[in-house]
Design a protein around this ligand. Structure first.
Ligand code: PMV
Length: 322
């Protein structure tokens, strides 16, 4: 896993970064709760070259309409020379699988390289600042997974969690990100085709989590993430799967499931040990832990139910020049 710096490289320069899949603790992590997630081996690649004006894939209009590009250029590039940014991605957009974070981290890595190089902890902070600057809310889980690859815990309370990678800040809130060992499992993620909208969804759940029953709900999310992390570290598939299902019940309780997602979870049941909504929800994707040897059957069941399903492993590298 690359926890090293991004080296300097003049324009033109290209970088890639992985998407992500959240196993435990989405939404609660925004309010300081623990989260466990992994960078997955679906990547976004970004190439940056000098241009006469800011362009995305050759088009000034696309650049002007893009949710994150303008913020990234303003915060990380102070103008000269104008650039043309070409992006190619294998991660479905607005699917809850981290396409925005991967785009931002790959772009921040390329721009950092063109400015003489950037330390990886600094890249994690910059990528989060761009995402949060555009979205207005959120945690640094997604962008940290895109920067680091592999399994990560955010704000882990577990005694056994691995070495600290970095702490990321927004205002007076801080999130500590640690490396978690890879149990060597294949996961299946399945996109429902219903795009999710993270900002409004995070704000709506935030009202629940900061309301009268907020502290109790947050503690329940945290206990599931703790137990999930312990089970993963023990390489205990059945217990991890039980905690996935438990986490899904909490996500249902805060209103982020959807009938299409419930249908995918139902379709996954015969070939998976446990499954849940992953990411902001209300659309987007599910993640399932397959019954060993039944990965292909699980993919087939989810495809038959109308999803775009992928077997994924942890990304072996985070953001890097290519
Ligand atoms: O935007 P998504 O679906 O990739 O997931 C974001 C995860 C949240 O916890 C809901 C928000 C965040 O920034 O952590």
């Amino acid at each position: 896993m690359s926890d090293d710096a991004i080296p300097g490289h003049p324009l033109p320069v290209a970088a890639r970064a992985p998407g992500k899949c959240i196993l435990f603790g989405e939404h609660a992590v925004v309010h300081g709760g623990p989260e466990l997630l992994l960078g997955i081996d679906l990547y976004t690649q970004v190439a940056v070259r000098g241009s006469d004006r800011l362009r995305l894939n050759g088009h000034p209009e696309s650049a002007a309409g893009h949710a994150y590009l303008g913020t990234a250029i303003r915060e990380l590039w102070s103008g000269e020379p104008p650039v043309d940014v070409h992006a190619v991605s294998r991660i479905p957009r607005a699917s809850g699988l981290g396409s925005s974070a991967a785009f931002i981290a790959a772009l921040a890595a390329a721009l950092g390289a063109a400015r003489g190089g950037v330390r990886r902890d600094e890249l994690a902070q910059r990528s989060f600042s761009v995402e949060r600057g555009s979205q207005g809310v959120g945690s640094p889980g997604d962008t940290s997974a895109a920067v680091a690859g592999g399994y990560l815990s955010v704000n882990s309370r577990g005694p056994a969690s691995g070495p600290e990678l970095w702490t990321v800040r927004a205002g007076d809130r801080r999130w500590t990100v640690r490396r978690v060992p890879d149990p060597g499992w294949v996961w299946v993620v399945a996109y429902s085709g219903i795009p999710k909208d993270t900002g409004p969804r995070v704000r709506a759940v935030g009202e629940r989590l900061t309301g009268p029953d907020g502290p109790e709900l947050l503690e329940r999310f945290a206990r599931v993430a703790d137990a999930g992390e312990r089970a993963l570290l023990a390489e205990d598939r059945e217990e991890t799967a039980r905690q996935l299902a438990e986490n899904h019940r909490l996500l249902q309780a805060v209103g982020v499931s959807h009938p299409r997602l419930e249908a995918l979870l139902e379709a996954a049941r015969p070939a998976s040990l446990g499954a849940k909504v992953t990411g902001a929800g209300g659309g987007g994707s599910i993640v399932a832990l397959p019954v060993p040897g039944q990965e292909t059957d699980l993919l087939r069941r989810l495809a038959r139910a109308g999803a775009a399903a992928f077997a994924v492993r942890p990304a072996s590298t985070g953001a890097e020049l290519v």
